[in-house]
Design a protein around this ligand. Structure first.
Ligand code: FAD
Length: 289
């Protein structure tokens, strides 16, 4: 089913994300985790795409197993900056062949010390979106950044480019993680003002590894509110306690989003069915209300 159709339903939708294995040896353990996440009956499951495109076949294959074997709508991520246009078009062809209807179209991070832009490569996600549209009847998602993309010098430009990207044929947006909901509310106000009216799925990250998260936030420009920083400082060295606190913090964020009228929430479940399940249990009555 196309995600844009799912998002028209006036009820709370929770979706999850998995990442594909880097080696074939880990395929069955990733598939097993995905099966358990699918058993929670989310609105859809997204499958990330290796930055350099090296694991593309696993993204395609896991996305098709989610749909065909587990009966859940799947969303295949696709990045374009590190592959030739021909290579990317081949992957779009494979997705079409497998009957995958939903693609999250991304530029991907720029390769470190690499040449950019590269001849015969895409430069921005908007170019990929135009190409996907010309290749088939896909439902297309794209990324957005409530705190501004890390490469963008000015947030205003980031929103201007986002508007252009959306106008190229995007059906919905998913946000980068954030730990302070007021940042999201502010972002939504600013993009609506610029005429970006399509559904925006807030991306919520249940943090299970505090130290790693501090590094990732520093790299991606994601603010760590004082309240969350002290949770990491206190529980970061105790994995089970950190996981419990991370799930509680994510649940708190999600409840606030739902209470403020947001109906579609995407959870970065990172191949951890126990985390996805704990959040669904915490929300069981809330989702039905
Ligand atoms: P773009 O929309 O192309 O934007 C990139 C930068 O260029 C921004 O600073 C923007 O302001 C600027 N820009 C955009 N258009 C123009 C223009 N026309 N002219 C000038 N400047 C412009 N990475 C992976 O490798 N695999 C994944 O599976 C993956 N999944 C993700 C899922 C989500 C929900 C998010 C938020 C990110 C994901 N990423 C993933 C990371 C993403 O690839 C990086 O953040 C990347 O650096 C930007 O991708 P984009 O599609 O947002 O780029």
């Amino acid at each position: 089913m196309k995600i844009k159709e799912i998002l028209k339903e006036q009820k709370v939708h929770i979706s999850f994300e998995v990442f594909p294995p880097k080696t074939d040896a880990n395929y069955s353990s990733v598939l097993d985790a995905t099966r358990k996440i699918a058993a929670l009956r989310p609105a859809f499951i997204s499958v990330t795409y290796g930055a350099g495109g090296g694991t593309s076949k696993n993204t395609v294959s896991i996305a098709s197993q989610i749909r065909d074997d587990f009966g859940v709508t799947s969303l295949a991520h696709l990045t374009c900056v590190s592959s030739t246009k021909e290579e990317v078009r081949q992957v779009i062809g494979q997705l079409k062949e497998k009957g995958i209807e939903n693609i999250l179209a991304l530029r991907g991070d720029l390769p470190k010390d690499g040449e950019y832009p590269i001849p015969n490569h895409y430069r921005y996600a908007c170019e990929l979106i135009e190409d996907i549209k010309s290749q088939g009847d896909f439902c297309i998602g794209a990324a957005c950044y409530p705190e501004g993309h890390v490469d963008a010098e000015h947030k205003k430009d980031d929103i201007r480019y986002l508007k252009h990207k959306v106008d190229c044929g995007v059906d919905f947006l998913t946000t980068q993680m954030f730990f302070d909901n007021s940042i999201l509310y502010n972002f939504l106000y600013r993009i609506r003002e610029q005429g970006i009216t399509l559904p925006v799925l807030p991306g919520i990250m249940p943090v299970t590894n505090g130290k790693q998260m501090k590094r990732i936030c520093a790299l991606s420009g994601t603010a760590l509110p004082e309240r969350f920083r002290s949770i990491i400082d206190c529980f970061g060295d105790h994995p089970r306690a950190m996981q419990q606190a991370g799930i509680a913090y994510a649940t708190d964020q999600i409840i606030d989003l739902i209470a403020n009228g947001i109906r579609h929430i995407h959870i970065y479940s990172m191949n951890k069915p126990e985390v996805a399940e704990a959040i669904m249990t915490n929300l069981s009555a809330i989702i039905e209300s």
